[in-house]
Design a protein around this ligand. Structure first.
Ligand SMILES: Nc1ncnc2c1ncn2[C@@H]1O[C@H](COP(=O)(O)OP(=O)(O)O)[C@@H](O)[C@H]1O
Ligand SMILES: [Mg+2]
Length: 243
C-alpha cells in the first residue's frame, strides 16, 4: 500500500475549520471540536495537520488530571514543568502568549466533561486566545453540550462522516497498489465506510494479488478477501448512528 495522506471530504472540512480558527476575528472564541465514530481518520488527519502547522498535539489518557495535562503541554513547549499547579498554568500561559501555538487534544472522551482538565483548557484559551481543538468520539458533541461555558466557546465544529462512494474511489486509487474493478469498489462501499477497515481490505487484497500473480481485484476475489480475513464489515444499511 502506498504511504499517502488522502485528503478526503472529512480532511478538507478539517482544514477549513483549522484555517477559520487561525484567521478568526478578534473577540470570536477559538475553540473547536472534531468528532465522529472510530476509524474515520480523525487522529491521522489531526496528526498530519499538527505536524504541518507546528501545533501542540496531546493525546489524553484515562482519568488524566489537569496537572498531568498541563505537564504534557509544558513538555511539548520544550520546558520543564514547575512544581505548583498554578505555576505550571502560568508557565503555559506565558509561553503561549510569547509564542502562540494551537493546542489539539485527541481522545478527549477520556476527560470527563466537568473535569478540571477541561476547565483548564478553557482557562488557557481565555488567557492566551490560542485556538484549542478537542477531538473525540461520536458522542463528544452531545457530552460537551452539558458544559455550557465550554460549549459557548466552540466556534467551529466538524463531524467526521462515514465515507461516500467517491471517497472510497479516491482512497483506493491513491493508496492501493493493485487495481480494483468497479464492481469490487461498489462491493467495498456496501461493506465498509471507515478508513481503518478499508486500509485492512486494501492490504489483504494486495497480499492476495501478489501471492497469485494477479493485478486486478474483481468482485469474486474481493469476496474471498472479505471472507478469509474475517474483516469486520457489515452491510452499511444496518449500521445506525447512536450518537
Ligand atoms: N487521510 C488519510 N490518509 C491515509 N490513510 C488514513 C487517513 N486517515 C486514516 N487513515 C488510515 O486509517 C487508520 C485509522 O484512522 P484513525 O485516524 O486512527 O481513525 P480515528 O482516529 O477516527 O479512530 C489510520 O491508522 C490510517 O492507516
Ligand atoms: Mg483516534
Amino acid at each position: 500500500m502506498k504511504k499517502v495522506f488522502v485528503k478526503t471530504k472529512n480532511v478538507k472540512k478539517l482544514i477549513t475549520m483549522m484555517n477559520n480558527l487561525k484567521n478568526r476575528d478578534e473577540g470570536i472564541p477559538g475553540m473547536g471540536l472534531v468528532y465522529g465514530e472510530p476509524g474515520l481518520g480523525k487522529t491521522y488527519a489531526i496528526t498530519w495537520w499538527a505536524l504541518q502547522n507546528d501545533a501542540i498535539l496531546i493525546r489524553s489518557a484515562n482519568l488524566m488530571s489537569a496537572r498531568w495535562l498541563l505537564e504534557e503541554i509544558v513538555e511539548e513547549l520544550g520546558e520543564i514543568p514547575y512544581n505548583k499547579f498554578s505555576d505550571i498554568f502560568n508557565q503555559v500561559v506565558a509561553q503561549l502568549i510569547k509564542t502562540p501555538r494551537i493546542i489539539i487534544v485527541d481522545e478527549t472522551d477520556y476527560l470527563t466533561i466537568d473535569s478540571r482538565a477541561v476547565e483548564t483548557l478553557r482557562d488557557i484559551h481565555d488567557k492566551t486566545d490560542v485556538p484549542i481543538v478537542l477531538v473525540g468520539m461520536g458522542t463528544a458533541n452531545k457530552r460537551l453540550q452539558r458544559n455550557k461555558h465550554l460549549y459557548d466557546r466552540l466556534s467551529e465544529i466538524v463531524k467526521f462522516e462515514p465515507f461516500e462512494k467517491s471517497d472510497i474511489d479516491s482512497i483506493i486509487s491513491q493508496l492501493a497498489e493493485v487495481e480494483f474493478t468497479d464492481c469490487a469498489k461498489k462491493l467495498i462501499y456496501t461493506r465498509t465506510n471507515r478508513f481503518r477497515q478499508l486500509v485492512k481490505v486494501i492490504n489483504r487484497a494486495e497480499l492476495l494479488a501478489k501471492a497469485n500473480g494477479i493485478n486486478s481485484i474483481d468482485e469474486i476475489t474481493l469476496k474471498e478477501v472479505l471472507k478469509n480475513d474475517e474483516i469486520d464489515t457489515e452491510p452499511i444499511e444496518s449500521k445506525s448512528e447512536n450518537s
